[in-house]
Write a protein that binds this ligand. Structure first.
Ligand code: NCD
Ligand code: ZN
Ligand code: ZN
Length: 346
């Protein structure tokens, strides 16, 4: 096969940031994607319906003219979140989901949840009104090894929350382990999982062997190869529980290439090329559309995009190694293999 046409894809987990970075990265996603779930971990975070409305306007101002890109807004769940504000924001069409960050788990998560009992009324209101909860699924306990934090979160936090709040729709964001795959697969209609582009490509050796590679450092951190293989198997299986959330998470080079570098991989520009390569290698190009364009909308109860994009296979394509932003240079994720597929019509 040398050409493939898909319903226009959506990105169910995306960081656009704010200010100069927002201006630089929004066109990179708007070029190929129809919609994206916009993460609320700004400083300060997007916590109220009014915050989401204001952020949405700033994003729309950065969307290139003629693009049909639609940001789907989320609120950052805190111990102070007011259930009534959440329900009103949903009813006003301002938000699509809420985001749960365990306090301290990842970039800008200081306002996240420490005591899960405190957010129970919000979770109950969300279950009642069909508002999905997107979850960064890692415990933060100092005694839990960073490579085990996802699996422990499922047992200690996620499973109890789901049992206590029947009907709550949950998305396990950016799963990185076979444990995550198995739990998502067994979870029925109210449980979905996003998988990033980079976790389909790298394992922990890519970060650490032959010198430390800060541009491969993200959270949850990439795990050993057996886990990467389980993610590829899940993404390419056609199981509607799994859909694309790139977690494209831009940080400038000085912030990545530092003694204490930020977590996040910037994959917006080349994600579709990388995914086509990964799915082709797995003999599953026919499953790409489900993963990028159909399973996500079905989980969120939204229609798939009406329009299409076409990818064509040819000589290796190159992407800029970096893009310039008003905040400084930003490195584009380098998959480490040639990319033969590129988007020829979008
Ligand atoms: N994934 C990351 O490594 N970083 C994200 C936060 C997140 O999604 O956990 C970021 O905001 O930079
Ligand atoms: Zn996260
Ligand atoms: Zn993220």
């Amino acid at each position: 096969m040398t050409e493939i046409t898909l319903r226009r894809p959506d990105d169910w987990h995306l960081h656009l940031r704010d200010g100069a970075m927002l201006q630089a990265v929004t066109p990179e996603t708007a070029r190929h994607f129809g919609r994206a779930i916009i993460m609320p971990n700004l400083v300060p975070p997007v916590v109220t319906g009014a915050d989401a409305a204001a952020y949405r306007s700033r994003i729309m101002a950065a969307v290139p003219e003629g693009s049909g890109f639609t940001p789907l807004m989320t609120l950052y769940l805190t111990e102070q979140t007011d259930p009534a504000d959440v329900v009103k924001a949903k009813q006003d069409g301002l938000i699509t989901a809420l985001k749960l960050y365990p306090a301290g788990a990842t970039t800008n998560s200081a306002s996240g949840v420490r005591d899960f009992d405190k957010v129970r009324p919000v979770l109950e209101a969300m279950a009642e009104h069909g508002i999905p909860l997107c979850v960064h699924g890692e415990v933060v306990d100092g005694d839990v090894d960073i490579f085990d934090r996802e699996a422990v979160f499922i047992d200690r936090v996620l499973d109890p929350i789901r049992r206590a709040t029947p009907g709550l729709k949950v998305v396990m964001e950016h799963i990185t382990t076979k444990d995550g795959v198995d739990y998502a697969r067994a979870g029925g209609d109210t449980l979905g999982a996003t998988i990033t582009t980079h976790h389909l490509v790298i394992n922990r050796n890519h970060i650490l062997v032959g010198g430390i590679k800060p541009h491969y450092y993200c959270l949850p951190v990439a795990k050993r190869e057996t886990h990467r293989a389980a993610l590829v198997e899940a993404a390419t299986s056609g199981d509607p529980s799994f859909f694309l959330g790139t977690d494209s998470a831009p940080h400038t080079d000085p912030n990545k290439e530092s003694a204490c570098g930020c977590a996040g991989c910037f994959t917006a520009p080349n994600t579709m090329s990388i995914l086509a390569e990964v799915f082709e290698k797995a003999g599953a190009l026919d499953k790409l559309e489900g993963f990028t364009s159909l399973n996500g909308p079905a989980f969120y109860g939204l229609p798939a995009n009406e329009d299409h994009i076409t990818l064509t296979k040819g000589e290796p394509v190159s992407y800029p190694a970096k893009i310039d932003t008003g905040d400084g240079p930003l490195t584009v994720f380098e998959p480490g293999f040639p990319l033969h597929w590129h988007v020829t019509e979008a």
